[in-house]
Design a protein around this ligand. Structure first.
Ligand code: ADP
Length: 451
């Protein structure tokens, strides 16, 4: 087993990893920027190394600084968390060259799945259904026009190198296609350094349902059921739940079987997520694979009792998965709300100092956060300040518990999305369970904040 792990991340996920390591008897080093000098990760890790200034490109994204930090502190492994370098095959490769184990899959698997259009082709080879669309990148305008009329409007243009909900555009009719193509190409070039675009049919009112998988280096692969992440704003998830209310056992079996066949096809190991769109007729399509731990992994941990981070560490150390598929059962229902430091009406980031803080507690409530009273939110990073996760026997019990927990969430000094989350949890629409990726758009239209 590893003796010391470098945490190449920050915020709540850095703490989550430190906690897992502590329970496993592994020492930790927090690699941090100057903006995070006062972070809980720095306080809770056994050691801390400053890797640069606040801007992520000069610290959390700087491979040479991270490797030096691991070397001077004698770390034998690096955990990348999510975001930052977690899906950077180059970083995984350099770690390998320096004899530091990257806690994640192989660089090859990351490359295969990191490019959306290559991932799509790989899914086809593994007999996993994909949304009808262009086979490979769109080379010429004429091809785009032809493909779109073949598959029918609306279509969605996607940057092959895109991610994080960026580099996508829906096109409703042919008249808009060529212009949209130019815009997405320019955006993709600027944001991802790669102008490659492909096209998919735009599935109307789908659910986003994803399957958590884990594989080891001995060829074993299991799934940990699904999560429903349909509650999104601008393609960014806000609320996630497990299991999905849209799946019966037969559909769940088909989706998890498809996910496992993709995992086996690419000999994948570590934790991963296969994202699907589920249409209104119960047909599902592969969208992409994330080759890292997800923000929403706690809902899966709640219903299965598997510690995904510990399992990732064990797998990276060469151990077999600590359980077989038949050992994994799911119990109850779990919901996660992402609390962002944002104005709940305008969604503009709210930076500042947390003057007062009281976090929810009590039965069935888990809070993953790295903020505290007196904490100053740095301007450089994403706006997530806490994940409120609940677990109860049924979905409606979980909704009641979430309302109770969010009601206890008290923060002063900054604005948060708690009021919006509470309104969603209190709404008929959410309770009914008839949700799709359009939910937030419709909800905000129909439920303007009372002035
Ligand atoms: P990212 O990697 O940026 O997260 P994804 O490919 O995972 O992008 O897509 C993000 C979201 O965009 C999905 O959860 C879904 O809501 C929407 N989306 C993507 N592709 C389609 C499609 N073909 N039809 C309808 N919605 C889509």
């Amino acid at each position: 087993m590893f003796k010391k792990i470098l945490i190449a991340n920050r915020g709540e996920i850095a703490l989550r990893i430190i906690r897992a390591c502590k329970e496993m008897g592994i020492r930790t080093v927090a690699a941090h920027s100057t903006a995070d000098n006062d972070s809980l990760a720095v306080r809770m890790a056994d050691q801390a190394v400053c890797i640069g200034p606040g801007e992520a490109t000069k610290s959390y994204l700087k491979i040479s600084s991270l490797i030096s930090a691991a070397e001077v502190t004698n770390c034998d492994a690096v955990h990348p968390g999510y975001g930052f370098l977690s899906e950077n095959a180059g970083f995984a490769e350099v770690c390998g060259e320096c004899n530091i184990t990257f806690i994640g899959p192989t660089p090859e698997a990351m490359r295969l799945m990191g490019n959306k259009s290559v991932a799509r082709d790989t899914a086809v080879k593994a007999s996993v259904p994909v949304v009808p669309g262009s086979d490979g990148p769109l080379e010429k305008d004429a091809d785009a026009v032809r493909f779109a009329s073949e598959i029918g409007y609306p279509v969605i243009l996607k940057a092959s190198a895109g991610g994080g909900g960026r580099g996508m555009r829906i096109v409703n009719e042919e008249a808009d296609l060529l212009n949209a193509l130019k815009v997405v190409q320019a955006e993709a070039g600027a944001a991802f350094g790669d102008k490659t675009i492909y096209m998919e049919k735009y599935v109307t009112n789908p659910r986003h349902v994803e399957v958590q998988i884990m594989g080891d280096k001995h060829g074993n692969a299991v799934h940990l059921f699904e999560r429903d992440c349909s509650i999104q704003r601008r393609h960014q998830k806000l609320i996630e739940e497990a299991p999905s209310g849209a799946l019966d056992q037969a559909l769940r079996d088909r989706m998890t079987t498809a996910a496992i066949s993709l995992v086996k096809h690419i000999n994948y190991y570590s934790a991963g997520t296969i994202e699907f769109l589920l249409d209104e007729n119960g047909k599902f399509y592969f969208m992409e694979m994330n080759t890292r731990v997800q923000v929403e992994h706690p809902v899966t941990e709640m219903i299965t009792d598997v510690d995904i981070i510990k399992e990732q560490i064990n797998i990276a150390a060469g151990h077999k998965l600590s359980f077989a598929q038949k050992d994994v059962t799911m119990y109850g229902h779990s919901i996660e709300c992402r609390v962002n430091a944002e104005d709940p009406d305008t969604f503009l980031p709210s930076v500042g100092t947390i003057k007062e803080l009281h976090l929810p507690g009590g039965p069935g409530v888990r809070i993953d956060t790295a903020v505290y009273q007196g904490y100053k939110i740095p301007q450089y990073y994403d706006s997530l300040i806490a994940k409120v996760v609940v677990h109860s026997p049924t979905r409606i019990d979980s909704i009641h518990r979430m309302r109770r927990a969010l009601g206890e969430f008290h923060v002063d000094g900054i604005k948060t999305t708690v009021p919006l989350l509470l309104r969603i949890m209190g709404s008929e629409e959410f309770v009914s369970g008839k949700i799709s990726t359009r939910f937030i758009e419709d909800f905000l239209k129909n439920n303007a904040t009372p002035q």
